[in-house]
Design a protein around this ligand. Structure first.
Ligand SMILES: Nc1ncnc2c1ncn2[C@@H]1O[C@H](COP(=O)(O)OP(=O)(O)OP(=O)(O)O)[C@@H](O)[C@H]1O
Ligand SMILES: [Mg+2]
Length: 283
């Protein structure tokens, strides 16, 4: 597909989003070398990381595409950029968990690390920046949301759940009027995890959890958008994480780059996995 990059639409911590001249339905997603942890508390520029993240995202999205999951991703166009449907992003992070890790352990301190959930857990976090949501000042960014009695209860994600009340209850929240979208996001999130879990199992590693984001395309279709790369999941090789968790835990820039190289190499064999085999395995 021929296209000419247009203007910079958005720049975040890890990506730049460019318009495509003459086609308002598309955008170019450019992966940066910048790497952050702890909401920007740690920041490094890891040379070559953008290329590796783009390679990982491409392998992941090509597999998901083959399994029929609706995506913003279209195709990789060069080392660091892929073409995607330009989306109105939905301001939730959707987290799918097979095992207990990370913030889950802080909310449920009685649950041992690596406890396996036979049925996948799907959680929603409200995407916020600068500790604000509309007129509300928040005690943290990206709170956990529990939808109860027609309202969205916001909780601190890293504090024991049984010891806290919601710090805010929103009676008006994104997609309140479209409950079917939550059902579709939940179903698609499970499908995405199932496909990637199968791929990682085939590669002899364990996919523990995953964060994805959804958007609406120009034609109103719900798709998995943003990216899925080594900062969006926890993957265990033996008892070691091979994802960005190691960077969060203090790994050096060199060690982090080596992990991205390792994961790019492993995921590059994902597209060879037969989609029918994956879907059969999922039942
Ligand atoms: N296909 C797409 N269409 C439109 N916007 C997109 C698409 N994919 C990603 N974005 C948006 O691009 C922006 C930049 O991404 P990046 O992940 O770097 O931001 P960030 O600093 O992590 O902030 P955020 O908390 O919004 O993710 C984000 O707001 C993201 O939602
Ligand atoms: Mg982001």
């Amino acid at each position: 597909m021929g296209f000419t990059p247009g203007t910079l639409l958005r720049e975040g911590k890890t990506k730049k989003i460019w318009s495509v001249q003459g086609n308002a339905r598309l955008c170019l997603v450019q992966m940066k070398d910048d790497t952050t942890a702890g909401n920007g508390a740690r920041h490094d520029v890891i040379e070559g990381k953008g290329v590796l993240a783009c390679a990982i995202a491409t392998s992941v999205f090509e597999l998901l595409y083959r399994c029929g999951i609706p995506l913003a991703f279209h195709n990789r166009v060069d080392d660091t950029r892929f073409l995607a449907k330009r989306c109105t992003m939905i301001p939730y992070e959707v987290v799918i968990r097979r095992e207990a890790h990370g913030s889950y352990l802080k909310r449920h301190p009685m649950v041992p690390r690596r406890t396996r959930f036979p049925e996948l857990l799907v959680e929603f976090y409200l995407k916020t920046t600068g500790r604000r949501f509309g007129d509300h000042a928040l005690p943290c960014d990206d709170p956990l949301v529990l939808f109860r009695s027609g309202a969205a209860e916001l909780y601190l994600p890293d504090v024991e759940l049984s010891r806290q009340a919601p710090f805010l209850v929103l009676t008006d929240y994104p997609l309140l009027d479209r409950p079917e979208v939550f059902e579709e996001m939940t179903a698609n999130a499970r499908m995405v995890f199932g496909v990637l879990e199968h791929a990682w199992t085939s590669a002899g590693r364990v996919l523990c959890d995953l964060k994805i984001e959804f958007g609406f395309t120009a034609t109103g279709d719900l798709v998995v958008a943003d990216d899925i790369e080594n900062g969006c999941w926890r993957v265990l090789e033996g008892d070691q994480y091979i994802d960005k968790q190691r960077y969060r835990d203090g790994a050096t820039v060199e060690a982090t780059r080596a992990l991205y190289e390792h994961v790019a190499s492993l995921t590059s064999s994902f597209p060879k996995i037969d989609a029918h085999e994956v879907l059969n395995a999922l039942g």
